[in-house]
Design a protein around this ligand. Sequence first.
Ligand code: NI
Length: 138
Amino acid sequence: MSELVRFSLSIPKSLSRKFDRLIRKKGYENRSEAFRDIIRSELVEKEWEEGVIVFGTITLVYDHHKRNLLNQITELQHDNHELIVSTSHVHIDHNNCLEVIIVKGKSQNIVRFKDRLAGTKGVISCRLAGATSGRRII
Ligand code: NI
């Protein structure tokens, strides 16, 4: 870990209690570690707003029996092949499939790709989780 800086902050008591409850629930060992994670996630969000090259995952659930859906999803992935790093497919049950697509590219292109998948008829859920650009976020 790089050099640490200490600073104090003032927040209302009620907010502090809620924060402590939240971090206990999430399993953080202390406030510092929780606070570092919050800052990191804000920095990742900022990167996504800036439109730099970022990584993320798109998680899709769909019924593969829906007419033409599998073809449409495959077609969309081929149209956006430059954004796709890797894809994992899991057959959840007789009808439903789960697909996790690891993506890398400009955030706006990734969001557009995710929106097209989400808007495809028969897709049950489609979620995008932004990761990072890979630039060092301490
Ligand atoms: Ni399947």
